[in-house]
Design a protein around this ligand. Structure first.
Ligand code: GTP
Ligand code: MG
Length: 442
């Protein structure tokens, strides 16, 4: 019997099937949605969440307008990606030290990386200016304290431990002692190995009652796959899990179990462990995680492609621009609008003029910086000056330059460029190269 495919594998299969389908219609989408549903349900994601996500995908996949030049398939991949990202909370969740001392209890089964992560987090917080204390409340693992000592050596982090005794009492004493020492954050390292899981959960429950942590962080090993859900559930029943750290993301594991853990606890992932060294920790970013889970190494490329295709440089706007009918403000706005949507060079290449594709990227970058300066200049102009740059005398130019934090020469350059571009657009209609050469000369 072959093993159960992982969440990531199942999702990737569903997407691959869509990508290789000869045409995309209601049936193809239905098949994709069913594949995703199966994958998520296997990962123990709540039924109602799965239904909501399926509905969104179904609706958006077929009803949303696809920009020209983009296939419906690519669009649907983007929809799946976006809906999964939404499920994970979209923006990164941060560890916020909202009171002093902020007490964090780190829990998880044996070998998931609790102790390593305690050290990583201590280092991370210390680097961010917090005074950090660590309590070794693992009385089961031989050498637990030595391991922590070694990991923390060289760091400005206080370590509290006791020789033998009861883990719950140690945790309580540790928090008391470190609080007296004036630390901002206390991290409690707990045991993972125990006589039995019930014993472990019982210890965690008592410890939570005794120290009343501000946050309990569950450490999950990315390599354990679907079991993550069951573990998370057990811990969540013992202590309320506030957030999750997913370790060993540097291995080949895709970390699909995290979705189950999130589903079981309702907690957000805050960090990823990405190696054995002390600084192998990074903030969790839902977007990157889903890209990785779906195996979309090219997701950035795909999103960028779609974003560029969505840029609306309206026909009439472009025509007016090419005829030289624009005010100073419109001139800068037009350039800015184009820039917002992506690198200027790519955008200019979309204008319906031959030769626009061959702008050297260095020149384009320079032009982009220029546009930032020009935008600042426009902002420090009066209405009147924006409409009619002819009234700009030297005292006005001085005032504008000071307001925009640029040199007077910058202001003069803008006006010169504006006038020149206008004239060029009017006269040199079919010579875009010439226009650009002028435009990029500073
Ligand atoms: N590759 C990799 N290894 C890791 C990561 N985090 C921890 N490890 C390794 O995983 C092993 C177990 O880590 P520990 O921190 O001792 O795990 P623990 O949960 O404290 O283990 P117990 O205290 O025995 O329950 C060690 O060899 C760590 O170096 C990670 O992000 N990536
Ligand atoms: Mg440990």
């Amino acid at each position: 019997m072959e093993g159960m495919p992982s969440l990531g594998e199942m999702l990737r299969r569903a997407i691959d099937r869509l990508r290789s389908a000869s045409s995309v219609d209601r049936r193809t989408v239905e098949e994709l949605v069913r594949g995703i549903q199966r994958a998520l349900l296997m990962a123990d994601v709540e039924v109602s969440l799965v239904q909501k996500l399926s509905e969104n995908i179904r609706k958006r996949a077929l009803e949303e307008r696809v920009p020209p030049g983009i296939s419906r398939r690519d669009h649907i991949v983007k929809v799946v990606y976006e809906e999964l990202v939404k499920l994970l909370g979209e923006e990164p969740a941060r560890l916020e030290i909202v009171k002093r001392p902020y007490v964090v209890m780190m829990v998880g089964i044996q070998g998931t990386g609790k102790t390593t992560t305690v050290a990583k987090l201590a280092n991370y917080l210390a680097k961010n200016g917090y005074r950090v204390g660590v309590v070794c409340a693992d009385t089961y693992r031989p050498g637990a304290r030595e391991q922590l000592q070694q990991l923390l050596s060289g760091l400005d982090v206080k370590l509290y431990w006791e020789d033998g005794g009861d883990a719950v009492a140690i945790a309580r004493h540790g928090v008391e002692n470190l609080s007296k020492d004036g630390v901002d954050v206390v991290l409690i390292d707990t045991a993972g190995r125990h006589r039995s899981q019930e014993d472990l959960m019982e210890e965690m429950r008592s410890m939570e009652r005794a120290v009343k942590p501000d946050e309990v962080i569950l450490i999950i090993d990315a390599t354990i796959g679907q079991q993550a859900g069951a573990h998370a559930k057990a811990f969540h029943e013992a202590t309320k899990i506030g957030s999750i750290i997913l370790t060993k993301m540097d291995t080949s594991a895709k970390g699909g179990g995290a979705l189950s853990a999130i589903a079981a606890t309702g907690a957000r992932i805050k960090f990823l462990g990405t190696g054995e060294r002390i600084d192998d920790i990074e903030l969790f970013d839902p977007k990157r995680y889903v890209g990785r889970l779906l195996g979309l190494g090219d997701i950035e490329g795909l999103l960028e492609k779609i974003r560029l295709a969505e840029v609306k440089v309206s026909e009439s706007q472009a025509q007016a621009f090419l005829k030289g009918e624009f005010t100073l403000e419109q001139f800068v706005n037009q350039l800015k609008e184009m820039r917002k949507a992506g690198p200027l060079s790519k955008l200019l290449s979309k204008l319906p003029i031959p030769g626009m594709a061959e702008i050297p990227s260095e020149a384009a970058e320079q032009a982009e910086r220029q546009i930032d300066r020009w935008h600042a200049i426009i902002l420090s102009m009066t209405e009147e000056e924006r409409r009619d740059p002819h009234i700009l005398n030297s005292s006005r130019i001085r005032r504008i330059a000071r307001g925009a934090g640029v040199s007077e020469r910058d202001v003069k350059t803008l006006i010169k460029q504006y006038k020149m571009t206008k004239k060029l657009m009017k006269t040199a209609k079919r010579s875009p190269q010439k226009i650009l050469r002028q435009l990029y000369k500073t």
